[in-house]
Design a binder for this molecule. Sequence first.
Ligand SMILES: [Zn+2]
Length: 218
Amino acid sequence: MTEHPGKSAGPAADKGALNPRDFDIFEFARSEREAAGVVRVSQLPRMLNEVPAEAPDRDTAFTWQVAGFVQQELQNDGTEGPQPYLRLAVHGGAWLTCQRCLAPYEQAFNADATFRIVQTEEEAEEFPLDDDEVEVIVGSRHFDLVDLIEEELLLSLPLVPKHEVCPEVHESLASGPDGADGVDSVDDVPEQEIETEERVNPFAALESLKKDGPGSKH
Ligand SMILES: [Zn+2]
């Protein structure tokens, strides 16, 4: 390591801190810069939509690394020139809903992609699609890397999110309220019989008063 006693600025100040929401991606690639950071699910509204409300942690984090580079390639004007590229890696986890048992589970994400950076939408459409290794993005002097990270995560979502092995569902939860109903109805019959007897007795008592009443005075 070379020491620079005269300089007081740290390494971050030397490179210039990257704002991942707004930076010149062409310049970033040409000067072959690198950057890294953390993005949370709460910053990625479309990813957040995939996270169930009952997840133990809805705001998980992803780490990302980007590296810019150029390759000498044939340009539109017919000459060889430096073609800008960006390599992006994203790692982390997010809670999704298991489609087998419907419980939330944590899905790991490991995305690694290389992007050919072009100037316009027209150029992007011209790029041959037979190259699976490289995706094409339209660059900008005000590029939003967080958008690109979210795009990559959405592409990495499993087609059918599910546990590798679903946890066992407890038996008492599986056969819950159905069994209890049948037992209660058995008790209803004796209660009705008691009620009927109580109703009959007052009338019987009244009948015996009517019969006894007049005869006892005279
Ligand atoms: Zn499951």
